[in-house]
Write a protein that binds this ligand. Structure first.
Ligand SMILES: [Zn+2]
Length: 387
C-alpha cells in the first residue's frame, strides 16, 4: 500500500514539475514501467487530480496524449474574521483565488449571528463560482484570540465579548458535509508562509502579522508553537511605551495600539483610510511620511524584542502593512541596524516582507483544507512537511 502511495506521489509530482508530459515520456524520464504509469495515471484521472490536455507534437508518428495537473480538480473555501469583517475566499486546487466576499462585523456580534454570517459568505461564494456542491472539498477558518482548534470551538476576543463556546466546526461540517479546519488566524497564516512562500523558509521562523490587529506566531523545528491554550506569542501586546495610549487589553503603549493600520488612521485623522494615507506618503506629504517613519520605528523596536526572545532564522512580515512597504522599509531597516549594533544574533537581513499579498488571511485556511483532501488521497503537496 505505501509503495503504491509513493509511486502515485512520484508520478503526480513529475506531471506537476513538467507542466505537461505524455505517459511514455514519464516512463522514460523517471524510469518507471509504462504499465505502472498507465495504471497510476488512470487512477489520477478518475480522481480528477490530472487531466488529458492535447497531444505531444514533438514526436513523429502517432502522437501521445499529454497529461497535466488539474488546477480545477476541486475547490476549498478559506475564511478569516477580523475586528471589522468576515472575509471568505474560494480557491481552486492550486490555491488560486477565484472569488472573494466580505461582510462587516462589530463587537455586538453574537454566536448565532456569526454562524449565520459564515453561512451567508460561503453560500455567496458557491453561488458565484457556479460549482457542483460535491466539488467543494473543505472549509478552513482562521479566528483571532481564543480558539479551541481540535474541537473547532470559538471563544471570542476582547473585541468580541459575546462570543463564547461557538461550535463552528460542528455547524459547518453538518451544513456542508466537508472536513472543516478551525484554528487561530495567525497559525494558519504562518503555515501558509511556510508552505507557499517563494522565500526559502527555514524550519525555525516567525510571522509578524500587522493589519487591523497585530499577531505573531512561530514555527519551531517544523512545528507551530501554540503554548498551552493556543494563544502563544501575542506580541501585539508587547508594551513599547511606558504610560503610552491605553489598549483594550488593559495595558498601555502596546505594539498593536501603536502600529496597526488603525493607529495610522487615528494618527492622521480626518477620516482618511490607511490606503489613502499610503498614497499621501507616496506624494511625499510630510504628515503622512512622519506617521509611517514612527510606525517603522515601532516595528523595529518590536522586532528587536521578539528576536531577542525567539532567535529564529527568519521573520516574515505580512498583513495589510505590506501595502506600505515602499514607504517604511528603509526606515525600518535603519532602525533595526541602530538598535542592534552590538547584537550579532539580530541580522536585519533576516526580516522579510511576505509575497503572499492581501489574501494571506483566506489562502492560509483554504490551503490547509486542500492539504487535508490531497493527503486523504495519498498526495502530499508540501515537500518540506516535517510531521
Ligand atoms: Zn494591549
Amino acid at each position: 500500500m505505501s509503495e503504491n502511495i509513493s509511486i502515485k506521489q512520484r508520478i503526480f509530482d513529475a506531471i506537476a514539475a513538467n507542466r505537461s508530459i505524455s505517459r511514455i515520456r514519464l516512463a522514460e524520464k523517471y524510469q518507471i514501467r509504462l504499465a505502472t504509469v498507465t495504471e497510476v495515471t488512470r487512477q489520477l484521472l478518475s480522481e480528477r487530480f490530472i487531466v488529458e490536455a492535447g497531444e505531444d507534437s514533438s514526436t513523429g508518428g502517432r502522437k501521445p496524449v499529454l497529461l497535466e495537473v488539474n488546477t480545477e480538480a476541486f475547490y476549498t473555501i478559506g475564511l478569516t474574521l477580523s475586528r471589522s469583517c468576515l472575509t471568505g475566499g474560494l480557491f481552486n486546487a492550486a490555491s488560486e483565488s477565484k472569488f472573494e466576499y466580505a461582510l462587516p462585523t462589530d463587537e455586538s456580534l453574537t454566536g448565532t449571528e456569526l454562524l449565520s454570517l459564515l453561512k451567508k459568505v460561503i453560500d455567496r461564494l458557491l453561488k458565484a463560482a457556479e460549482i457542483e456542491p460535491d466539488m467543494l472539498k473543505g472549509i478552513g477558518i482562521g479566528l483571532p484570540a481564543r480558539v479551541e482548534a481540535a474541537a473547532g470551538i470559538y471563544n471570542g476576543a476582547n473585541y468580541y465579548p459575546l462570543l463564547k463556546g461557538v461550535p463552528i466546526k460542528e455547524f459547518l461540517a453538518s451544513k456542508y458535509n466537508v472536513p472543516v479546519i478551525v484554528d487561530h488566524d495567525v497559525v494558519l497564516m504562518t503555515m501558509a508562509e511556510y508552505y507557499l512562500s517563494a522565500l526559502q523558509v527555514p524550519d525555525n521562523f516567525g510571522v509578524l502579522f500587522i493589519g487591523r490587529g497585530i499577531g505573531c506566531r512561530f514555527i519551531i523545528d517544523g512545528e507551530v508553537y501554540r503554548g498551552v491554550s493556543n494563544r502563544a506569542s501575542e506580541f501585539g501586546h508587547l508594551s513599547l511605551i511606558h504610560n503610552g495610549p491605553p489598549c483594550y487589553c488593559g495595558n498601555h503603549g502596546c505594539f498593536e495600539r501603536l502600529a496597526n493600520t488603525e493607529a495610522v488612521e487615528q494618527a492622521y485623522g480626518g477620516g482618511k483610510t490607511f490606503e489613502e494615507i499610503i498614497d499621501l506618503a507616496r506624494d511625499r506629504e510630510e504628515k503622512a511620511l512622519g506617521i509611517f517613519n514612527k510606525i517603522a520605528e515601532y516595528i523595529a523596536m518590536a522586532i528587536v524584542n521578539i528576536q531577542n526572545l525567539m532567535d529564529v532564522e527568519m521573520l516574515i512580515i505580512n498583513g495589510d502593512i505590506v501595502m506600505a512597504r515602499d514607504i517604511l522599509e528603509q526606515e525600518m531597516r535603519q532602525q533595526l541596524q541602530l538598535k542592534n549594533l552590538n547584537n550579532r544574533n539580530l541580522d536585519p537581513d533576516k526580516v522579510f516582507f511576505s509575497d503572499l499579498g492581501r489574501k494571506v488571511g483566506t489562502v492560509g485556511p483554504a490551503i490547509m483544507a486542500a492539504d487535508k483532501y490531497f493527503l486523504a488521497n495519498g498526495i502530499n503537496i508540501f515537500p518540506n512537511r516535517k510531521v
